[in-house]
Write a protein that binds this ligand. Structure first.
Ligand code: P6P
Length: 334
């Protein structure tokens, strides 16, 4: 039995201390992170009991993405919306599950915009494969309350981002720009405890992660890149790992190094993953952990969104691995 720590650092305690380092901080961001934490704890409990409480299966409709909505998708989305609205820190919400933006009523508005995927990878729920929640919190440069028309901000306006992984344990990985930190949920006390302070991704790994079912839909550059990983001119071949749940694939990439790729395919000519609530938050976290994230041409954090559900290609992970595929893309463009 692990000894009980009488000075344990919970997520709430950690980010309150981070807030105190910033002069004139209002505490709104701390409130928002606390509401996200509560949503994640509740989703974690629901995910782990879904088989018993009959929460597996579909809700009987499709979402704005044209994807079958699972019962847990609906619950997770409602939890995020209700808990974020009641944090009095957000003016506008962008959810993967909602076609249009969600505006908070005036009396409860705050200065942030949040984009989130409440339950990513939900096609994996019924077979117990890891799934996750992803979020990015944006703020206007002038600190004023944003209007609906001001939500399309690039990743350079992100002030905090992170993801929850509902895996063999539930973990929240978050950054407010000062390092990336991992918090494990201790179900015996219902608290997220700091277990991974200042996470850093290796400069290079030996794992590539891509859906090889689309091999014949990739560009020549991507086909050459993946071939080189399997049959390198020098050095050892890479290992292949692909969960099909972005949070699981990116988390493994941060922990072990390597690269996760979701390039354009014929089915998704601009890529499948969504810019505002999948690519940007993951790019913010990985970049703050010392890695790189690109759409094949520019850093994902530099992309100015034109629509809230805009999709993008994603090449994310260890700096040297991402550089290698970007070089190949450039060579094939010449
Ligand atoms: P594919 C899950 O549906 C998701 O949005 C990401 O979590 C995941 O990385 C990707 O799609 C998997 O897509 O086409 O490989 O099934």
């Amino acid at each position: 039995m692990a000894s009980l720590d009488s000075n344990t650092i919970s997520l709430t305690r950690f980010f309150l201390a981070e807030q105190k380092k910033i002069p004139h901080a209002t505490g709104e961001l701390t409130q928002l992170l606390a509401s996200i934490q509560t949503a994640v704890k509740t989703i974690s409990s629901a995910v782990r009991r879904a088989g018993i409480t009959k929460l597996f299966g579909t809700a009987g409709n499709t979402n704005v993405q044209g994807e079958e909505v699972k019962k847990l998708d609906v619950l997770a989305n409602e939890l995020f919306i209700n808990l974020i609205k009641s944090s009095y820190s957000v003016a506008v919400l962008i959810s993967e599950e909602n076609e249009t933006v969600i505006e908070v009523e005036t009396e409860r508005q705050g200065k942030y915009v949040i984009a989130f995927d409440p339950l990513d990878g939900s096609s994996n729920i019924d077979c117990l494969v890891s799934i996750g929640s992803i979020f990015a919190i944006f703020k206007k440069e002038d600190n004023s309350i944003p209007t609906i028309d001001e939500v399309l901000m690039s990743g350079r306006n992100v002030v905090a981002a992170g993801y929850a992984l509902y895996g063999t344990a539930t973990m929240l990985i978050m950054s407010t720009g000062n390092g990336v930190h991992g918090f494990m949920l201790d179900p015996t006390i219902g608290e997220f405890i700091l277990t991974d302070y200042d996470m850093k991704i290796p400069k290079r790994g030996n794992i590539y992660s891509i859906n090889e079912g689309y091999t014949h839909q990739w560009s020549e550059a991507i086909q050459e890149y993946v071939d080189n990983k399997k049959n390198p001119c020098k050095g050892k071949p890479y290992n292949a790992r692909y969960v099909g749940s972005m949070v699981a694939d990116v988390h493994r990439t941060i922990k072990y190094g390597g690269i996760f790729l979701y390039p354009a395919t014929k089915a998704a000519p601009k890529g499948k993953l969504r810019l505002m609530y999948e690519a940007i938050p993951m790019a913010y976290v990985v970049t703050n952990a010392g890695g790189a994230a690109s759409n094949g041409e520019i850093p994902i954090l530099d992309i100015k969104p034109e629509a809230i559900h805009q999709r993008t290609e994603v090449f994310i992970g260890s700096e040297e691995d991402v550089d290698e595929v970007l070089q190949l893309i450039r060579v094939h463009k010449e």
